[in-house]
Design a protein around this ligand. Structure first.
Ligand code: CP
Ligand code: NVA
Length: 305
């Protein structure tokens, strides 16, 4: 593993290794604090979009591991505007030991990696959000004790987060069903890749009906209806998505012990109700905390030793 750009690029053994390492780093941090595995190492955090979780969890992850991280805001680097992405990669990677970047076009993270001398970590692109999905698999594993054979239902806009969940679920032997309105579904290419990545005879389904998707689900997952960069489409999306709200009536169609997940930030009252977000099935906040633990595993794998 040289970079961390997509869960589709990891072998199942690499993915399992990251989940196991995340668990041991979380236990170590809780009992005695982490060993300084990244002492003297530096990580640049490059953002073309806003962030709370990704920025702070990567930064604190580095601090806990004895390293150093610093934030470069969208207006500072203006990656691809002020100078080309290959030049940013060449210069930045001569100063630091790793680069975490949040970008609009996925090609920007691919270009960064292609021209960087140090590991590049994808902190969300318009295509995917693999650090999120790795953390989410970790949360499901932690609570349920296994991943294989579980049914993950994604409801809402099948965008970057849904795509990474599909790839991760396929690799870990989970069933995946997504429900989205027409025009907001995973593409035929996404679904074909998801099916190709499967390690077991599991279902990969894309449908319109949210009730059908969540029937018997072990996990219901949702995300905002309007992602960063799509703000001009907000009014139109608000017309289309209300039948896809994750509310108690929908959750009642899943297994009683179903986990409700959301990558956050949530637009409460739109894609998820307060009742569900704060209800007994919700793992939204352990899920957010686990970003830090799972990402420490990525940092250690890519940058230690
Ligand atoms: N889930 C997530 O990536 O959150 P931020 O946008 O706050 O980083
Ligand atoms: N789909 C959302 C995820 C935010 C973490 C977005 O891209 O804005």
């Amino acid at each position: 593993m040289k970079h961390f750009l997509s869960l589709a690029e990891l072998s199942p053994a690499e993915l399992t290794g990251l989940l196991e390492l995340a668990l041991s780093l979380k236990e170590e941090w809780r009992s005695s604090g982490n060993k300084p595995l990244l002492k003297g190492k530096s990580l640049a955090l490059v953002f073309q979009k806003p962030s709370l979780r990704t920025r702070v969890s990567f930064e604190m992850g580095m601090v806990h591991l004895g390293g150093y991280a610093f934030y470069l805001s969208p207006t500072e680097i203006k990656m691809g505007g002020r100078e080309s992405i290959p030049d940013v990669a060449r210069v930045l990677s001569s100063y630091v030991d790793g680069i975490m970047a949040r970008v609009f076009a996925h090609d920007h993270i691919v270009q960064l990696a292609a021209h960087s001398r140090v590991p590049v970590i994808n902190g969300l692109s318009d295509y995917n959000h693999p650090a999120q999905a790795l953390s989410d698999l970790f949360t499901i594993l932690e609570v349920k004790g296994r991943l294989d054979g579980l049914r993950l239902a994604y409801v809402g806009d099948s965008n970057n987060v849904a795509r990474s969940l599909l790839f991760g679920a396929a690799k870990m032997g989970m069933h995946f069903a997504a429900a989205s309105p027409p025009g907001y579904q995973l593409s035929a290419a996404d679904l074909a890749l998801g099916r190709q990545l499967r390690t077991a005879d599991t279902q990969v389904e894309m449908m319109e009906d949210p009730v059908a998707a969540v029937a018997g689900a072990d996990v219901i997952y949702t995300d905002v209806w309007t992602s960063m960069g799509q703000e001009a489409e907000t009014a139109q999306r608000l017309q289309v998505f209300p039948p896809y709200q994750v509310n108690q009536a929908l959750v009642d169609h899943a297994r009683p012990d179903c986990l409700v997940m959301h990558c956050l930030p949530a637009h409460r009252g739109e894609e998820i109700t307060d009742e569900v977000a704060d209800g007994p099935n919700s793992v939204l906040f352990p899920q957010a905390e686990n970003r830090m633990h799972a990402q420490k595993a990525i940092l250690v794998k890519l940058m230690a030793g």
